[in-house]
Design a protein. Sequence first.
Length: 500
Amino acid sequence: MTNIVNHWIGGKTAEGASGTYGPVTNPATGEVTTKVAFASVDEVDTAVAVAKEAYLTWGQSSLAQRTTVLFKFRGLLDAHRDEIAALITAEHGKVHSDALGEVARGLEIVDLACGINVQLKGELSTEVATRVDVSSIRQPLGVVAGITPFNFPAMVPMWMFPLAIACGNTFVLKPSEKDPSAAVRIAELLTEAGLPDGVFNVVHGDKVAVDRLLEHPDVKAVSFVGSTPIARYIHTTASANGKRVQALGGAKNHMLVLPDADLDAAADAAVSAAYGSAGERCMAISAVVAVGAVGDELVEKIRERAEKIKIGPGDDPASEMGPLITKAHRDKVASYVEGAAAEGCEVVLDGTGHTVDGHEDGHWIGISLLDRVPTTAKAYQDEIFGPVLCVLRADTYEEGVALINASPFGNGTAIFTRDGGAARRFQLEIEAGMVGVNVPIPVPVGYHSFGGWKDSLFGDHHIYGNDGTHFYTRGKVVTTRWPDPADAPAGVDLGFPRNH
């Protein structure tokens, strides 16, 4: 009998009532292992109503109460990280070590939320005029929502809800319907940690659930991570409904390799950043720009390393790369490689025919490496979200930077060089929100914020870090004048001298 993943509303499982379900597949076998309930408008409304009711007390709760719950949750999450990683591997397909790394990066934001006291401190100016003080404070918004992608079913929700609830908000999560189980298990751990019922809720679904969250008058803010077209839609629709929005979109992350770079280190970095998690990362390096004469040697080093990657089921300890999330996505990724030669690319490695013995029905694709890719090729222009690396050539540093800055995306980028002056120029001149210097995937630690530029971000705030705290709170400034007790009317003696 197929398992069913239901919603989590008000601190307990809420069985799906719409009668609509979606399949959840094991990508390594192609087998449908689970059904996930899709929420109707009424079910979304119920979750929001429960969250709104919970906000009446949670929004007034002490910082000590909130952080106590979060500390307990952190301990439970740490204790169950292997279990959550196994859920991710079973539904997403990534290898277990990748899944464990995802949970670890999510824990960083929980750590940040546990110390929210410091970030929520206000400011005070005294005597701005005679006996007039001005203070600023930050207060929660109310009910906030998160809409998260399939590629990081535990980490990306943890980019959002720990800070949101630490700030005093209540939360409704709509995770990807492709791998929903990790979100529900996290909800169970939050309840076990003592989070009051209704503060954190999970509704599954498709566009019906998403659109209702974007339209609902009681949802005050929406956080989103996904593709650029959907991020643009989320931002436009939610903003039109008066909501605060942070919508992180897609990417085409470049790595600029200068002639003085350590090519072995650059090749190692390119392989791990392009093919790790099967390329299903918004921070994956999908384009290497080789400057000067290093291109041929660099491509050869990448090819040698890529050919050795062990592809197999994510629960096999020997596997270094797993399958793609769905067959449809696998076929789309393959189409970019199959059409590359006709668009002028040199196909160095073609992984489209790859299969895994004993798992022939899995969503497999091998490593692909394209060289001398023109900027007009679809494989360069689109976010492929798979294990396909494009190598482009540039004659000079300036030409390479101009090529990267011409991209409509500005999520992350990296430079590999031994020259500090070139690295310094690059970090100032490049048009991207996150920059790595000899670091291929410059995902910020939890206390710095994550976010791109241009078509990689819609909204004013990056996610987590200080930006996250500001996004989930709103400022209030209070100007106060109190009469001096010595000026009290005659006949009232407060014990203060009258000559001052």
